[in-house]
Design a protein around this ligand. Sequence first.
Ligand SMILES: Cc1cc2nc3c(=O)[nH]c(=O)nc-3n(C[C@H](O)[C@H](O)[C@H](O)COP(=O)(O)O)c2cc1C
Length: 288
Amino acid sequence: MQLGPSLTLQNPVCLAAAPWQLPDGLGYEHLGAIFTKTVIMEPRPGRGEGIIKVADASLLNTTDRRTDGAEQLVQEHLPHLRRHNVPVLVSITAPGIPGFRKIARYLAREAAGQIAGVEVYISSASTEKGFELTPRFVREAVEAVRNELGPDAALIVKLPPWPDHVRALALAAQQGGATALAASNLLKALHLPDAGDPILGGLSGEALRPIALRCVYELAHDENIKLPVIGTGGIFTAQHVRDYLRCGAAAVQVATGEWLEPGLTARLATEWDETSSSVTEPQAAWNS
Ligand SMILES: Cc1cc2nc3c(=O)[nH]c(=O)nc-3n(C[C@H](O)[C@H](O)[C@H](O)COP(=O)(O)O)c2cc1C
């Protein structure tokens, strides 16, 4: 499970959008890696955490939530996350290419020895407002980050859950210098409360899993895509982990499962450790 020239995971189970404070004693040291919540260069105020349960084990992350800044990440959050002695990868976003360059430069300068790599969240704040997320934008954003981090850094690109379009974005990420892909991020969705205005946000959890599995399958079965794929979406059980690996994922990330049941990801990683001696390498991905 190699996600970059100098990043090999001890376990395929990773935490995505990790809470800034992870309690001790739950087994997080078994994880493959911790991926942080997304940070931006200048913190953006918002209305708290903004999470709504919209269906069974499925959440809507509202778009108006608070986003922490890179400085707060380095000063406050990283020391906590690094206590668990597994690689920490920082998720970043920016409204445009210069912004990606700026935040990557800041992290390269202030946190290089403390982080195992960066995850690029390409559906940035401005893309959410209608900016077209094109392969060109992805390639240029990834190139900008790559240039700041240097040739050896692990650089994961987190893709949107769009099975019809994920391939072109993935190829662009590969061209720009990504070392791995993550599929997928939240799916744009809307919650209509009984009373009040529609609430816009991103869907995660159970409802997302079949779509994210399809994205992983498309990427893992494309002969031009050489990068390892991290499967993300609706993982709650060891069977779900195995399903992603059977579709061709090299590793997985858990977010909603951890949010609904703190410690779930550590438990899945521990279970993997316990059973992996009897499990052979993930089967070669199916031929389509
Ligand atoms: C509470 C919560 C917060 C999230 N925050 C972020 C984030 O800051 N950055 C990001 O790239 N994805 C974020 N996500 C998306 C997850 O990383 C993941 O891609 C998506 O939720 C699908 O996985 P899941 O079904 O296991 O949640 C968040 C998801 C949840 C549930």
